[in-house]
Design a protein around this ligand. Sequence first.
Ligand code: SF4
Ligand code: SF4
Length: 338
Amino acid sequence: MSETITQQALRALVDEWIGAGTKVAGPSYVKKDLCQYVPLTSSAELLLEGFIHPRNSVKDFFFPRHEKIYEYTLKGHEVELADMTPASTPQVIVAARPCDTAAVAILDAVFNWGEKDEFYTQRREAATIVALACVTHDSHCFCTSVGIGPDAEKGADVMLLPLDGGFEVRCLTEKGKTLFAGRTQPSDKTAVIPEGPKVKVSPEQVRAALEDYDNPLWKTATLRCLSCGACSFTCPTCHCFDIVDEGNAHGGCRAKNWDSCQLCMFTKHASGHNPRNVQGQRQRQRTQHKFRIYPDKFGEVLCTGCGNCARNCPVSLGILGTLVELCAEMPKTVGESK
Ligand code: SF4
Ligand code: SF4
């Protein structure tokens, strides 16, 4: 037995959410061949079928690329401060990829570690995430290598699985149950779990390979990197930001802006010294952080195998290729790939 919804009924429900003033976002074509998660004005914009892999990630809706923390006004020798109220407007993210949804659950740990980031947590509390299982994948996908898969429920409030022109609806949290209450129909069918990409690397083997900190691979395999930062800006789990004052003699704001460990200024000291002054060192840092440093602190890898870093890289240098190359040098007994 399962609960189901037709595609038409789902679209009608999305339109109801929009009509009720809820911010709704989902995958949509913003131009030919460019799919992104965007705020929707109508369910007609929402992609629900075929290969859907937005070039950005769901993190944009919880951790925007630019966010004011407070504004300041200079009046003579006085400074007036005005706090920004964290946004708590209800929002629904619909048809999120399981690799993006899982990433939000990973980010929850970071933004609630020590001091809570109220800007993130209030958006998160006001949001409901409706994931859509993947029925197809491309050569960049490797979710199954990092412990998730095309129907992974991590981070989702509801999971939709394609079934007979509509969807099986699995409500996973109270928020999810509330959102779909009375809108599903019982069925004696259940969706077939889609097959994911074959396992391509093992995190244990990657971790073992990363023990060789001075591996010459960092000087060769990543030479073509342009230091553009596209990989980290479109990565659902990368979360670095910088806090900067943006203003003039009259006032301005203190803002939180996305940053990237792939940019040359990221670690540049005021003295002019840069401990990561070549691109190979920055690539090594990103990989070390995702597969060794972050797991040591939070107990899971900082990668969901979404493949965005490869899809968005102007020189086709995604993390998967680097991991495969790293592991190719390792003895097969360490965390053997299935
Ligand atoms: S490192 Fe690449 S594959 Fe892993 S989550 Fe980030 S963008 Fe996706
Ligand atoms: S997207 Fe590619 S070229 Fe740009 S910083 Fe990342 S690896 Fe380098």
